[in-house]
Write a protein that binds this ligand. Structure first.
Ligand SMILES: Cc1cc2nc3c(=O)[nH]c(=O)nc-3n(C[C@H](O)[C@H](O)[C@H](O)COP(=O)(O)OP(=O)(O)OC[C@H]3O[C@@H](n4cnc5c(N)ncnc54)[C@H](O)[C@@H]3O)c2cc1C
Length: 352
């Protein structure tokens, strides 16, 4: 069992406090099949390390998710992504070659400012954002629909138990859920982090966001490229799935609330939320929607991150924390991918 004598090593892109000794790592468990967990899984598998990725969701992708309503697609989580880093760009260009990713726009479509603020290229998943994690997961051992409920450390192995009664063990573990969820899980487990590590990681925090999906059978008035930042204190983003190009027939619009609105209205009923946000964006819709769905994101994007790309907790058998909460100024798909990539690279380095 874990003892408080475990060393915690802060590490990442800015260097290491202390290098752990080389140990044989033939297998790694990864909690979370979002972008960071899947990128880490791919990287490790490519290096000959066996992996199993476990996710509580029905499918892969985490916040890079696409909801199907009446047969039509809505990206109700991440909308687009950048690939500024050449390592991630190479991966994204591979997806583009396979038809899974496309360039959506350059710059930022902002209602308040018609001048394009920056020329960064933004991509999207061709059949919705979920196309990206689905492509990443191909050929990996991924188990979905199983929530990790217990983690313990015995005889130099990490052991995981899931809600479905699954038991897994390996000499290495990577945890990628949003850090508050990870810490919540660990607080209920036999394995405990030392107070200093716990304190540092608990600084990572997230904004909430409420996504409203308005179902429509006609195209909205949102101009090309199909998404924009409205001049509103309640809604921070709207996009039309058809104009964006992820669905063949007009089907509707997604509106993302601001963090402030989500905080204030979290417990309001769906109908109330849908009607307040609709009043804010009605001009862009052009006519009344046929219906709506509401999705609450308790952890949407980090508002405070850990400065390095991952955190290595080493007690002889490594435990790494990764995800979009890691990396200076990160809060995106690209940051999540780089975090997963660098955490995996670090594990390969430790591997004898
Ligand atoms: C509304 C919204 C809009 C966004 N817009 C953009 C955007 O336009 N551009 C952009 O780049 N980024 C955007 N993001 C952020 C982007 O989606 C994330 O940065 C990225 O997807 C995070 O990936 P991740 O792997 O770090 O975490 P996640 O995708 O959250 O993956 C973590 C996974 O862990 C799983 N998990 C959690 N607990 C357990 C458990 N106990 N057992 C098993 N599995 C567990 C979860 O089910 C989840 O699949 C947006 C996010 C939201 C919510």
């Amino acid at each position: 069992m874990f003892s408080a004598t475990f060393m915690s090593i802060r590490s990442g892109s800015e260097g290491y406090e202390e290098l752990p000794k080389k140990i044989p790592i033939d297998r790694c468990l990864i909690i979370g099949a979002g972008i960071s967990g899947l990128v880490a899984g791919r990287k490790l598998q490519d290096q000959g390390i066996d992996i199993t990725v476990i996710d509580k969701g029905r499918g892969v992708g985490g916040r890079a998710s696409t909801r199907i309503i009446n047969g039509a697609r809505f990206d109700h989580g991440a909308q687009s992504f950048t690939a500024d880093d050449p390592r991630f760009r190479e991966l994204v260009e591979g997806f583009a070659d396979l038809g899974a990713a496309r360039v959506w726009y350059e710059g930022w479509p902002d209602e308040k400012d018609s001048e394009i603020k920056n020329r960064r290229v933004h991509y999207y998943g061709t059949n919705g954002m979920n196309h990206i994690p689905k492509s990443l997961a191909a050929g990996l051992d991924v188990i979905t629909g199983e929530k990790v409920t217990e983690i313990c450390f015995e005889k130099n192995l990490w052991k995981i138990v899931t809600s479905a009664g699954g038991n897994f063990k390996a000499p290495a573990l990577i945890m990628t859920p949003p850090m508050p969820q990870t810490l919540q899980l660990l607080s209920q487990c036999e394995f405990k982090l030392d107070p200093d590590t716990n304190r540092q990681l608990s600084k990572i925090s997230y904004d909430r966001c409420i996504a409203a999906m308005y179902i429509m059978d006609r195209q909205s008035k949102i101009p090309m490229p199909g998404g924009l930042v409205p001049d509103s204190s309640l809604v921070k983003w709207i996009s039309d799935s058809y104009t964006k190009g992820i669905t063949d027939e007009p089907c509707g619009v997604v509106a993302h609330s601001t963090a402030k609105f989500a905080q204030e209205r979290w417990d309001s009923d769906d109908e109330r939320i849908a009607s307040i946000l609709l009043a804010e964006i009605r001009d862009f819709l052009g006519y009344e929607p046929l219906g709506y769905r509401i999705h609450r994101w308790r952890y949407s994007q980090p508002n405070r991150t850990f400065p390095q790309r991952y955190f290595l907790f080493n007690g002889g058998s490594p435990l790494l924390f990764a995800g979009d909460g890691f990396g200076r100024g990160s809060c995106s798909i690209e940051a999540a991918a780089l975090s997963g990539m660098e955490a995996a690279e670090r594990l390969v380095e430790i591997h004898a």
